[in-house]
Ligand binder design. Structure first.
Ligand code: PLP
Length: 369
């Protein structure tokens, strides 16, 4: 008897084709300095994370997680009541949840571009109709939220509206007044406004103070970057208690490990030391930007940046050529040409001062094509 190849049912092969989405897992690049994904790389945060990991105890790994203590810690840290907090497996997990639970129900997603890739990805996966509106204008780019405001007013029905502030990967910041105007528009037109403040801690930007006034505002706050916990996958969604209660029905707590809960509690307890790290990161950023501009005086560093710095080079092909130059010397960075409003831009995440001095010397050797 000849063996026949196993066959998947027809409905499943249809499902495989339908969303038009493919996911490629993250690839390791051994021996390369990763200045692409904005993990916090600093000797002091490395030590603080190492100490928090060393303090993990058997129950943190053996037992199911309890969130009561961490929610009290985060409630004090973010100055919001506990019923406004929901933990997720990273902001990526939060964004998937917000698309599933809110954007699908609302019927559409309005993205203020450039926005974290998870938004269009999960929207495509879930078949949520999406409108993408560029929020950057000019060169060097600055925030111009008027087109997003117009799209919110013109939307034919309720939408989930997503914006990153600080901007990622631009590293610029929208004024509190401009974000508040969007929150007001969300109230007026029945939308939910989601602000992703992934890099806010580095530059003292937070939107949680608006939550008391705007029930239709949702804030996503990652601990991956500012508290150096990208590998643990933990973030908060901060919102009206009714929104938190509704989102909790999707059981994001089942994807947040006891180890993540325990370590987050410990590092948040060291916020004072992390603040000093964020200040030092700002100093490293200034020195690196100055060194790069000495070599390439026509490039501009976008301010304020975060634990990254984005340069406007003024030429479409320079970012990829520079990325190739650095890749050949063991450094990965992110060219931004092709992203709305960021043509000709290139982003470096920051590492230690010594590493950034080395990278600056490699950038100085680069000759634009
Ligand atoms: C703007 C922005 N939002 C969200 C994320 C995802 O962060 P997390 O590690 O919390 O999933 C990133 C990661 O780079 C990001 O840049």
């Amino acid at each position: 008897m000849t063996a026949t190849a196993p066959v998947l049912p027809r409905w499943f092969t249809d499902v495989l084709e339908s969303p038009g989405v493919r996911w490629n897992a993250r690839e390791r690049h051994p021996g390369m300095l990763n200045l692409k994904s904005c993990e916090l790389q600093h000797p002091v945060s490395d030590r603080l994370v190492r100490e928090a990991a060393a303090a993990l105890d058997t129950p943190d790994l053996r037992s199911y997680p309890y969130q009561d203590v961490i929610l009290d810690v985060l409630s004090a840290h973010h100055r919001v009541s506990r019923d406004r907090l929901l933990l997720t497996a990273g902001s990526d997990g939060a964004i998937g949840l917000l698309v599933d639970a809110l954007a699908r129900a609302a019927g559409r997603l309005l993205l203020g571009e450039p926005v974290f890739e998870g938004w269009p990805y999960y929207a495509a996966l879930r078949g949520v109709p999406t409108t993408r509106v560029t929020t950057l204008a000019g060169s060097p780019p600055r925030y111009d939220l008027a087109p997003l405001a117009e799209a919110m007013a013109a939307a034919t029905g309720p939408s989930v509206v997503a914006l990153s502030n600080p901007g990622s990967p631009s590293g610029i910041v929208a004024s509190p007044h401009a974000v508040e105007e969007l929150a007001e528009l969300a109230e007026r037109y029945g939308h939910i406004l989601v602000v992703d403040e992934c890099f806010g801690d580095f530059v003292g930007v937070s939107h949680t103070g608006l939550l008391d006034r705007y029930a239709q505002l949702v804030v996503v706050h990652s601990y991956s970057k500012s508290f150096a916990l990208a590998g643990l996958r933990i973030a908060s969604v901060l919102a009206a208690p009714e929104v938190v209660e509704y989102l909790s029905r999707f059981r994001p707590d089942s994807a947040v490990s006891a180890a993540a809960v325990s370590m987050l509690g410990r590092v948040v307890g060291q916020t004072g030391q992390f603040r000093a790290v964020w200040r030092d990161v700002a100093a490293i950023r200034s020195r690196f930007a100055a060194a790069v501009r000495t070599a390439h005086p026509d490039w501009q560093a976008l301010a304020p940046g975060a634990n990254f710095v984005t340069f406007v080079t003024g030429h479409l092909d320079v970012p990829h050529a520079l990325a190739t130059h650095l890749a050949g010397r063991g450094v990965r960075i992110r060219p931004l040409t092709g992203l709305p409003g960021l043509d000709g831009c290139v982003r470096f995440s920051l590492a230690s001062d010594a590493e950034m001095r080395h990278v600056a010397s490699l950038v100085a050797e680069f000759r634009p094509p």
